[in-house]
Ligand binder design. Structure first.
Ligand SMILES: C[S@@+](CC[C@H](N)C(=O)[O-])C[C@H]1O[C@@H](n2cnc3c(N)ncnc32)[C@H](O)[C@@H]1O
Length: 447
C-alpha cells in the first residue's frame, strides 16, 4: 500500500493537537493554529474533522482503546496513545477506508519518532477493525455520553428531564450561521448572492432562519468564500447569539452599553439596527479581543466607542452618563456552545462554575448602578447551567429591590421553543439548529 506522507503528517499533527487540549489544557482553536497546516493543504479539512471529532468523542474512544491493549501505554509514549485514539475515531466515525487509516497511522508513528511502536500500533488498529462490534462495552457514564462526570451531574441538576437531549445535541456538529448586515443588503438578496457565488440553488445553499438577519447554511463554507464579506455584508454568528439584539428591538435607542463586548458580534448587530441618534459603548477587558472588535466594526463600516477595561471597575472607564440600555453578555462556561467548541468539555472544571457565578454577580451588580431608572438590562450567557443563569439573577434581586423581570417580546416564534425559567428564558442547544443561550430581561423600576 502506498503511503501518502501528507496523510501521515496530518495525523501526527492531529495527535499533538488532541494531546494539547486533553493533557495540556490548550484551546482547540489555538492548538490547531499552532499546528500550522497550510491553507492550501488538500487535507486541511480532514485534519480539522479528525481533531474536532476525536475531542468530541474522546471518553468513549479512550475507554475502548483500553479494551484493545493488554497493559497501559507508558507515559513517555502518551502521544502514540493519542494517535491510536485518533485512529479509533476514524474507524468508528468516518468513511475513510480501514487500510488507509492503518497505513497512515503507522507511518505517523514513525513521524512521531517512535519506530519501536509501529508493529504495536498496527496490531491494535487491525484488531479493532476485525472486531465484530465497535460498540463500547462496560461503559461508564462519561464514555456513554462523552462528557466529563462533573458536567453530566450539573446538567442533570439543572435539567432533570432534558439533560440527555442536551448531551445528545452537544455531540452533534453545529451548522454555520450568518448574520446579514441590513445596512448593506436584505437577507433574501444575500441568500441569492451566496447561492449564485457557490453555483447552487437557494434550497441547496441554506435557508433564512426565524431571526430577521439570519441565514443557516446547509454546509459550512470558508469565510473567504462569503461574497462581499470584506465589504461588511455579512458576519458569522450563531442564530441564538442573534436573539439577544432581537430581544432589545422595542427598546433600542439612546445611550447603550455593550458590556463584555469582544469580539464584537453583538456590538456589530446593535449598530446595524440603531438610528444615528443612538450611541453604543463597547467595553471588554481583553486587549487582544478588543482589537478584533475594532477590525469587525471597521469591516462593517460602523462606529462605537470602544474601551478596554474591567467593566465592573466602573471608576476606571465610566463617564457618569447613565445608560438607557445595557447588554451584558457575561463571561461564562460556554456549556451552551459545546457543539461548536467540544474542547469546553475538556477545559472547564466544576470549580470554574462557582467562580464564574461570582464574576457574573459582581459585573451585573456593578452595571446596575449605571442604568437609568426605567432603563433595561439584558443579561445573556451561552451557558445552560442554572448557577450562571437564574441563580445569578436571584442573587442580584436580593441586592436590589428595584429590579423588575420583563418578558421577552420577540417578533418570531423563537420564544415558543425556549424554556421559561424563574427569571428568564433558556434556549437549549440544537433547538432550531441553534446554540444554547440564556436571556433575562431586567428593568430598573422608577421608585
Ligand atoms: C461571551 S464573550 C462576549 C461575546 C460578545 N458579546 C459577542 O457577541 O461577540 C464574554 C467576554 O467577556 C469579556 N470579559 C470577561 N470579564 C470581563 C470584565 N470584567 N470586564 C469586561 N469584559 C470582560 C471577555 O474578554 C469576553 O470577551
Amino acid at each position: 500500500m502506498q503511503i501518502n506522507n501528507n496523510g501521515a503528517m496530518i495525523r501526527a499533527k492531529a495527535a499533538h493537537v488532541v494531546d494539547a487540549v486533553v493533557n495540556k489544557g490548550r484551546s482547540l482553536d489555538r492548538a490547531i493554529e499552532t499546528a500550522n497546516i497550510d491553507e492550501t493543504n488538500s487535507q486541511k479539512s480532514l485534519f480539522k474533522a479528525i481533531c474536532y471529532g476525536t475531542i468530541r468523542f474522546y471518553w468513549e474512544l479512550k475507554l475502548q482503546l483500553g479494551q484493545y491493549i493488554s497493559r497501559p501505554i507508558k507515559r513517555k509514549d502518551n502521544i502514540i496513545e493519542t494517535l491510536l485514539i485518533i485512529g479509533f475515531f476514524q474507524i468508528k466515525k468516518t468513511r475513510i477506508p480501514s487500510h488507509a487509516i492503518v497505513a497512515q497511522t503507522v507511518e505517523a508513528v514513525r513521524l512521531l519518532k517512535k519506530p519501536n511502536l509501529t508493529a504495536f500500533a498496527n496490531a491494535v488498529l487491525r484488531n479493532f477493525i476485525r472486531s465484530s462490534s465497535k460498540e463500547c462495552i462496560n461503559s461508564n457514564e462519561e464514555a456513554i455520553f462523552n462528557h466529563p462526570a462533573w458536567l453530566i451531574k450539573m446538567l442533570k441538576n439543572s435539567w432533570p428531564h432534558k439533560w440527555q437531549e442536551i448531551i445528545e445535541n452537544n455531540n452533534i456538529q453545529a451548522p454555520m450561521w450568518l448574520r446579514v448586515n441590513h445596512k448593506k443588503i436584505a437577507t433574501k438578496d444575500y441568500l441569492k448572492k451566496i447561492a449564485y457565488s457557490q453555483n447552487l440553488s437557494i434550497d441547496e445553499i441554506g435557508y433564512i432562519g426565524d431571526l430577521d438577519q439570519s441565514i443557516c447554511l446547509k454546509n459550512p463554507i470558508s469565510v473567504k468564500s462569503l461574497p462581499d464579506f470584506d465589504n461588511g455584508y455579512v458576519s458569522v454568528q450563531d442564530g441564538a447569539a442573534q436573539i439577544a439584539v432581537e430581544c432589545l428591538l422595542n427598546d433600542l435607542g439612546g445611550n447603550i452599553l455593550d458590556a463584555c463586548a469582544a469580539p464584537g458580534g453583538k456590538t456589530g448587530q446593535l449598530l446595524e439596527k440603531i438610528n444615528d441618534d443612538s450611541t453604543v459603548t463597547a467595553v471588554d477587558i481583553d486587549p487582544f479581543r478588543v482589537e478584533i472588535i475594532k477590525e469587525n466594526l471597521s469591516r462593517l463600516e460602523l462606529k462605537a466607542k470602544i474601551i478596554t477595561a474591567d467593566v465592573a471597575d466602573t471608576k476606571s472607564w465610566w463617564d457618569s452618563q447613565l445608560f438607557d440600555l445595557i447588554l451584558m453578555d457575561a463571561p461564562c462556561s460556554a456549556t451552551g456552545v459545546i457543539r461548536r467548541h467540544p474542547d469546553i468539555k475538556h477545559l472547564k472544571r466544576e470549580k470554574d462554575i462557582d467562580a464564574l457565578n461570582k464574576i457574573q454577580v459582581n459585573i451585573i451588580n456593578s452595571l446596575w448602578h449605571l442604568l437609568k431608572p426605567g432603563g433595561k438590562l439584558l443579561y445573556v450567557t451561552c451557558s445552560v447551567l442554572e448557577e450562571e443563569n437564574d441563580l445569578v439573577i436571584k442573587k442580584l434581586k436580593l441586592l436590589h429591590p428595584d429590579i423588575l423581570i420583563n418578558n421577552l417580546l420577540l417578533n418570531n416564534n423563537i420564544r415558543d421553543v425556549m424554556h421559561k425559567t424563574n427569571y428568564g428564558y433558556q434556549l437549549l442547544p440544537g433547538i432550531k439548529g441553534m446554540d444554547g443561550f440564556y436571556f433575562s430581561y431586567l428593568e430598573k423600576a422608577i421608585l
